[in-house]
Ligand binder design. Structure first.
Ligand SMILES: [Zn+2]
Length: 110
């Protein structure tokens, strides 16, 4: 248990802009804390905008990849659209871009 010396949960006068607060009791949370030390409620960390953007990029890349793959297969059987080699190259490039985007988005460590 950690508390402010005077017993209050939040020390008045301190700038709490950068400090997360417990959604349950409003208590101040330290960086890296996974649960509130006052009420023991787990800290839910909101997804950062970067993560949301990465998810959208991944989805877009997956759709593009599948489109290219479809075009590549279609170009084998038909002369309609770009040539097979162009489609195949685009598919391979998209595959690598997509894979690196997935790696970027996945959490590091354990
Ligand atoms: Zn709390």
């Amino acid at each position: 248990m950690r508390r402010m010396p005077d017993g209050s949960r939040v020390a008045p006068g301190l700038d709490s802009k950068d400090m997360p607060a417990c959604l349950n009791c409003g208590g101040r949370l330290c960086k890296g804390e996974t649960k509130c030390f006052t009420c023991e409620m787990p800290v839910t960390q909101e997804k950062s905008k970067r993560e949301v953007n990465l998810e959208r990029v991944r989805l877009a890349l997956t759709i593009l990849f599948l489109l290219c793959l479809g075009l590549t297969i279609a170009s084998i059987f038909t002369d309609f659209g770009p040539s097979f080699y162009k489609c195949a190259a685009a598919t391979v490039i998209l595959h690598f871009v997509r894979t690196s985007a997935v790696e970027m988005a996945s959490p590091k460590g354990s």
